[in-house]
Design a protein around this ligand. Structure first.
Ligand SMILES: *[C@@H]1O[C@H](CO)[C@@H](O)[C@H](O)[C@H]1NC(C)=O
Ligand SMILES: *[C@@H]1O[C@H](CO)[C@@H](O)[C@H](O)[C@H]1NC(C)=O
Ligand SMILES: *[C@@H]1O[C@H](CO)[C@@H](O)[C@H](O)[C@H]1NC(C)=O
Length: 396
């Protein structure tokens, strides 16, 4: 046995094992030792748990220059007003250069309040999304719950997408509160957000919008669509639809409201390309929101093939104020759909109108001047005649 213990092979095995264990020990230290600090503040890094009584040197990331710092007598490193660039792997070494301790420093801020908004695409689903008011630069964990007067439900988190979902909402009450807590290494913050479901109920836009010309009808368009898939097909929850359309280039929309799943437009402008869009809302509750608009569709009504005179290809401009339409009042997005060329031709029209007005004014004032002079001349001639008559009647 003693022979075995002193055998060179055994000793080598022991030495190799201790080497591996030692290295593993250092590695786990490196991986596990993360210290978090407040950005823009003084951060202290200790050289191991026990105070070191000998002089130590600190290194950062394999030789990078240390940021602004002090080393105290017990070997603690004090980083002054540490910022982003102070983050990294720090190690302290004894006078012979042997590694005593290493630590990874990450800097950031404690969480702040979150900006929360919730969407309700049908009567049983709520999705709340958030954005940070404070950028923390640190990994965080979240908890979320959705509380009504009689119930408490989890809000299922998707931290990467920064939202949470309440599925199968059990009670349709007016007020609910989302309780969302963010926690990181430096602190924790809870945000409470009140949701009035009825005001947030907003269907997704109707789907599969189709606009078709009707053969033999140059002023008609058949518009049809489907309920959004996220809205239940149930007589208890009906939608009302708002369709709007206009000749391409016009700024005036015509509109139709219906609860059906299709509608026939009868006053399209023959031969012109038309833009058509649709949105939806809960039929019974006008406090709820209209959906976003569906994407614009471009369709031209049916045209007789035999027509020799090609219909004007250029876009329609509003020379005439169409009846039963209302001017664009909604979003800038719709304004964007007016092409720049249209704006150019509109400018040209305004210029022409102004020019006409100026010319008319000049002609009218000329006529007026001529008329006034003529009148004065007439007047004078009349007076002369009068006086002549008078002179004649005077007895000589
Ligand atoms: C950081 O430490 C320096 C030097 O000890 C001190 O002058 C300064 O006031 C400290 N700053 C903060 C924010 O504590
Ligand atoms: C610091 O060490 C950790 C763990 O060993 C490593 O993942 C990280 O990339 C290192 N950081 C730098 C800046 O070297
Ligand atoms: C309500 O909307 C959610 C999200 O779009 C969907 O997953 C769910 O199936 C919808 N519920 C019904 C009853 O359609």
């Amino acid at each position: 046995m003693p022979g075995l213990l002193s055998s060179p092979v055994f000793l080598t095995v022991i030495w190799l094992l201790s080497l591996r264990l030692g290295r593993a020990q250092i590695q786990t230290d490196e991986v596990s030792a993360v210290q978090y600090g407040h950005m823009q503040s003084n951060v202290t890094l200790a050289c191991g748990k026990s105070q070191v009584r000998m002089p130590v040197t600190w290194r950062l990331d394999h030789g990078a220059v240390l940021p602004w710092h002090q080393v105290t007598s017990d070997g603690t490193l004090l980083l002054l007003h540490a910022d982003h660039s102070a983050q990294g792997n720090y190690s302290c070494h004894d006078s012979r250069g042997l590694l005593l301790h290493s630590v990874r420093l990450r800097l950031g801020y404690p969480p702040g309040k979150l900006n929360v908004s919730c969407r309700v695409p049908n009567h049983t689903h709520v999705r709340c999304s958030w954005t940070e008011q404070v950028r923390t630069f640190l990994p965080a964990e979240y908890t979320a719950s959705f509380r009504g007067r009689h119930d408490l439900q989890p809000c299922v988190l998707n931290v990467a997408r920064k939202h949470c979902d309440v599925n199968n909402l059990s009670f349709w009450q007016t007020m609910h509160t989302l309780n969302l807590t963010e926690t990181n290494a430096l602190g924790s913050e809870t945000t409470l957000h009140s949701v009035k479901l009825i005001n947030q109920l907003q269907p997704n836009p109707p789907e599969s919008l189709v606009v078709e010309p009707l053969e033999g009808h140059p002023r008609r368009l058949l518009v049809s669509w489907d309920y959004p898939v996220s809205w239940p097909l149930d007589d208890a929850f009906l939608l009302i639809f708002h369709i709007r359309y206009r000749p391409q280039g016009s700024v005036y929309w015509s509109e139709v409201f219906t609860s059906d799943s299709h509608v026939v437009i009868t006053d399209a402008l023959a031969g012109h390309l038309h833009q058509v869009q649709i949105q939806a809302r809960d039929e019974f509750n006008s406090d709820t929101k209209w959906s976003e608009w569906s994407p614009l569709l471009l369709v031209r009504p049916w045209e007789a093939v035999s027509s020799t005179t090609e219909p004007p290809e250029e876009t329609f401009t509003d020379y005439l104020f169409p009846f039963g339409t209302k001017p664009e009042t909604s979003t800038a997005k719709s304004h964007n759909s007016v092409h720049p060329e249209d704006e150019g031709s509109l400018g040209l029209v305004i210029l022409l109108v102004m020019l006409t007005v100026v010319i008319l004014t000049i002609i009218l004032s000329l006529i007026f001047v001529v008329w006034v002079r003529q009148r004065r001349h007439d007047h004078v001639t009349k007076q002369e005649l009068n006086s002549m008559v008078k002179m004649k009647s005077v007895p000589i």
